[in-house]
Ligand binder design. Structure first.
Ligand SMILES: NC(=O)c1ccc[n+]([C@@H]2O[C@H](COP(=O)([O-])OP(=O)(O)OC[C@H]3O[C@@H](n4cnc5c(N)ncnc54)[C@H](OP(=O)(O)O)[C@@H]3O)[C@@H](O)[C@H]2O)c1
Length: 323
């Protein structure tokens, strides 16, 4: 089959021939129709992640959308979203024409959302969804601030906060284009994340309308520091990524003065069943037009160019590879 194959950790994958998947006991074979390129794919392939150096050659791609070709549990032809362990454990991933997938990592789809649109949402939207609900405990009417709102996690968090009945959704992002994506996702107001931390905290508080209950934070660093200062009493900040840096400052006075909670979140803490439930809900919201991530379809043959764009940290939109 044709696939994106990583031969050396830290380098870009090459498009070429790769052996067809051989499913283990109970695993399915899926014909891939759409697979997004996400920060986790690049992290795993870097060889420097906390997952360790991956065995090569391997096919990256931790998720995708496709059609079951063979399975013990699902009928051939069943449309599915699926996850893989590519780069985190031995085995190949979704950036290929076909992929072997463990049964528990398959989510049958019943909604009409297009393959590329659902692939673009995928695990980014799962992280946004669960950060708002399971981790952040969002209640209807609460005011939400989404950092890094031009990225896939950020756009999904804006849309999901709307779906959950947030009273006000403020989006923060670095560039004009990123802030436009956040507005398209449903933000009430946008804030540029630049300048001095005190001034940024004041702009966050102002945009939030005098009340800020929950921050969804995929970037950390100075923006998280400013966001914590803008939180209201009892506010929560859920961090799920460090796109701008691995460290943020929170003073004791800021945390204890308003009884704030700073929480971490990872998709890896979810059971397959919890993840499947989130994907099903996300597909339902996407089909209803309430949840979307700006994306661009790229032929799998152009994987090296797409990988280079994602490696800049600002690909513009979610790149979805189509075999
Ligand atoms: N914990 C989890 O389970 C989980 C799941 C999915 C993703 N993540 C993490 O969440 C983060 C965002 O993922 P994504 O899929 O949304 O990425 P993406 O679609 O590729 O978008 C890039 C994101 O990174 C931000 N960014 C990039 N470079 C930056 C810099 N130098 N300073 C500040 N912000 C920067 C962008 O902010 P702007 O909007 O301002 O451009 C945007 O939010 C990544 O770190 C990813 O690893 C975690």
């Amino acid at each position: 089959m044709r696939a994106a194959v990583l031969h050396t950790p830290g380098e870009f994958p090459e498009y070429g021939e790769h052996p067809d998947p051989v499913p283990g006991p109970g695993a399915a074979v899926v014909r891939v129709t759409a697979a997004p390129l996400v920060p986790l794919d690049l992290l795993c392939a870097s060889g420097t992640s906390y997952f360790g150096r991956p065995a090569v050659p391997y096919v990256p791609g931790v998720q995708g959308v496709g059609v079951v070709e063979s399975s013990d549990d699902l009928d051939p032809g069943t449309r599915v979203w699926f996850a893989t362990q590519a780069g985190m454990a031995p085995g190949d991933g979704s950036l290929a024409q076909r992929c072997a997938v463990r049964t528990e990592d398959l989510v049958p789809l019943t909604t009409g959302v297009p393959d590329a649109a659902l692939a673009a949402l995928g695990l980014s939207a799962v992280a946004a969804w669960m950060s708002l609900t399971w981790r952040g405990g969002l209640r209807p009417g609460e005011h939400v601030l989404v950092l890094g709102a031009g990225g896939a996690v950020g756009q999904a968090a804006v849309g999901a906060a709307r779906s959950f009945g947030a009273g006000r959704v403020v989006a923060a992002a670095r560039s004009v284009a990123a802030r436009e994506r956040a507005l398209a996702a449903g933000a009430d107001a946008v804030v540029a994340t630049d300048g001095d931390t005190d001034a940024l905290a004041a702009r966050f508080a102002d945009a939030a309308g005098g009340r800020l209950d929950l921050v969804v934070d995929p970037v950390f660093g100075p923006a998280a520091t400013a966001a914590a200062r803008a939180l209201s009493a009892g506010g929560r900040l859920v961090n799920l990524g460090g796109a701008s840096g691995d460290v943020a400052d929170f003073s004791s006075a800021v945390l204890r003065g308003k009884s704030l909670s700073v929480l971490g979140y990872t998709n890896n803490a979810l059971t397959p069943a919890e993840r499947a439930e989130a994907v099903t809900a996300i597909a339902r919201e996407a089909a209803a037009g309430r949840l979307a991530v700006a994306h661009e379809q790229v032929p799998l043959a152009d994987v090296a160019a797409a990988w280079r764009r994602q490696a800049t940290g600002d690909p513009g939109v979610r790149l979805v590879l189509t075999p």
